[in-house]
Design a protein around this ligand. Structure first.
Ligand code: SF4
Length: 467
């Protein structure tokens, strides 16, 4: 089972009912963060904000959307990578400062937050939350430049790590990605307006057309007269997160110009070539394992079956029975179809193994449902290192593949066989060589493009990793 999700951003300008369009965009991006959401809109140069903890559908209603007037808006769905799951860390952030009202939302994780925060506090700044996004706004407000755009450029030269940002000001909508482009950010059009989103599935819901990605290191500034583009820092090798294709993004999204459903299917086909096995059925661990399982079934000729069902309605918190029920946390989300798997040799396809405890429970569930054999296939390489670029991961010691080899992991999860995709296979599935783009593979290799020193992996209050 995967790492925890990150965040989703959406922005639009100009558009009729901009906040309602943003609400729809956030709905499509709900899978990227379920802990909080917010929208900031602009009407005649004035900014309006509403944000809260919870799901998008629970936070906004007719009245709250009516309180967000205007023809421009940005929004955010949040999973706490830094800042903990506290209301004060919900996005967007809004300040009234030197450049008037400025609002910001952020997908990513700065790696030099603590140093910047300490300097700002030294200079007399006070913070209302532990969020690194507030640090970015403080830097903009305290920049030496005397224009807002100059202050944003100055800030972008100081912050390190992973950031896809949307900034709404009294007269502009800005979008930017860090120089390595760790996190995605797509650009599109809707009528005469410009639209930005973490994933293109948000464009589909509002009827926008995908134009291109905001490039790594690019700052796009859109005003009434149109959009301009500049690159505040020297270009470096792009390192977009490959895990977006393994797990995070929705299969119907285009991420870095590649269809996620197609790359996942290719991972499954390569996995079948790499680790064939005699079996009666291929069963995905839903939902993220589905496309790779289809690819495995296609390549191997073994029938695909929905032999495991996911309950999509499990909230952020559920109340467990007081008496300890074995594997309850997994059972509430996943349940095997007994009539399908009983007496069968099952190939179970999942996207990743993190600590191994969830995989062990899933294998056990399938065995208890009567499966004769369970062969676990993982559509990514062993995750041996933590992520410092916007994904919540356990510390390295807790990653099972950081200290155990394949056979030891197989024995731990109690599968009849275990096979991972190789790094080369993953690179092939995302057409890395042909594109010459390069991806971040650091959680599989430990090859970090930006020094993670000082990155705050787990802030106080961060929700514990569920695996
Ligand atoms: Fe993505 Fe892994 Fe790189 Fe983090 S370390 S950005 S999860 S590929």
């Amino acid at each position: 089972m995967p790492f925890r999700d990150e965040c989703g951003v959406f922005g639009i300008s100009p558009a009729t009912e901009a906040s309602r369009q943003t609400y729809l965009g956030l709905y499509a991006l709900q899978h990227r963060g379920q802990e909080a959401a917010g929208i900031c809109s602009r009407d005649k140069g004035q900014l309006f904000l509403h944000k809260d903890q919870g799901y998008v559908a629970d936070i906004f209603d007719e009245a709250t959307l009516d309180s967000l007037p205007g023809d421009a808006a940005i929004g955010h769905t949040r999973y706490s990578t830094t800042g903990g799951n506290v209301a004060s860390a919900a996005h967007p952030f809004l300040i009234h400062g030197r450049f008037g009202q400025v609002s910001l939302c952020h997908n990513g994780n700065l790696t030099n937050t603590e140093r910047l925060r300490a300097k700002l506090i030294e200079a007399g700044h006070t913070f209302t939350s532990p969020s690194d996004s507030e640090v970015i706004l403080a830097l903009i407000n305290r920049a030496e430049a005397d224009t807002l755009e100059g202050a944003v450029l100055e800030t972008l030269r100081q912050i390190e790590g992973a950031f896809s940002l949307l900034i709404l000001t009294e007269d502009a909508l800005m979008a930017t990605r860090d120089p390595h482009g760790f996190r995605p950010l797509a650009m599109g059009s809707l009528g005469s307006g410009v639209v930005f989103a973490s994933e293109t599935c948000a464009f589909d819901l509002v009827g926008a057309q995908y134009t291109r990605d905001v490039e790594p290191g690019e700052l796009v500034v859109c005003r009434a007269g149109g959009c301009t583009s500049e690159f505040p820092r020297p270009k470096v090798q792009a390192k977009p997160c490959v895990f977006e294709h393994v797990y995070f993004a929705r299969p119907d999204s285009l991420v870095y110009g590649l269809t996620v459903a197609a790359t996942r299917r290719a991972m499954g086909r390569l996995l079948a070539q790499r680790h064939p096995v005699e079996a009666d059925m291929v069963v995905p661990v839903p939902d993220s394992g589905v496309a790779a399982a289809l690819g495995y079934a296609e390549e191997s000729g073994i029938p695909f079956e929905f032999g495991m069902i996911r309950n999509h309605y499990v909230g952020r918190t559920f109340i467990e029975p007081k008496q300890n029920i074995r594997s309850f946390g997994v059972k509430v989300k996943l349940n095997p179809v007994r009539s399908l798997v009983a007496g069968k040799r099952v190939v179970l396809v999942d996207d990743s193994i993190v600590r191994g405890t969830t995989s062990k429970k899933i294998v056990q569930m399938v065995r208890e449902a009567g499966a004769k054999e369970v062969h676990l296939r993982i559509s990514s390489p062993p995750t041996t290192h933590s992520c410092f670029y916007g994904i919540d991961t356990p510390s390295r010691e807790q990653l099972i593949a950081s200290s155990r080899d394949n056979e030891a992991i197989r024995a731990f999860v109690d599968a009849d066989s275990l096979g991972y995709l190789t790094l080369e296979d993953l690179q092939q599935a995302v057409s890395d060589e042909q594109r010459g783009q390069g991806f971040c593979y650091a959680c599989f290799t430990g090859d970090y493009a930006v020094d993670p020193e000082g990155a705050k992996l787990a802030a106080p209050g961060l929700a514990p990793f569920q695996d």
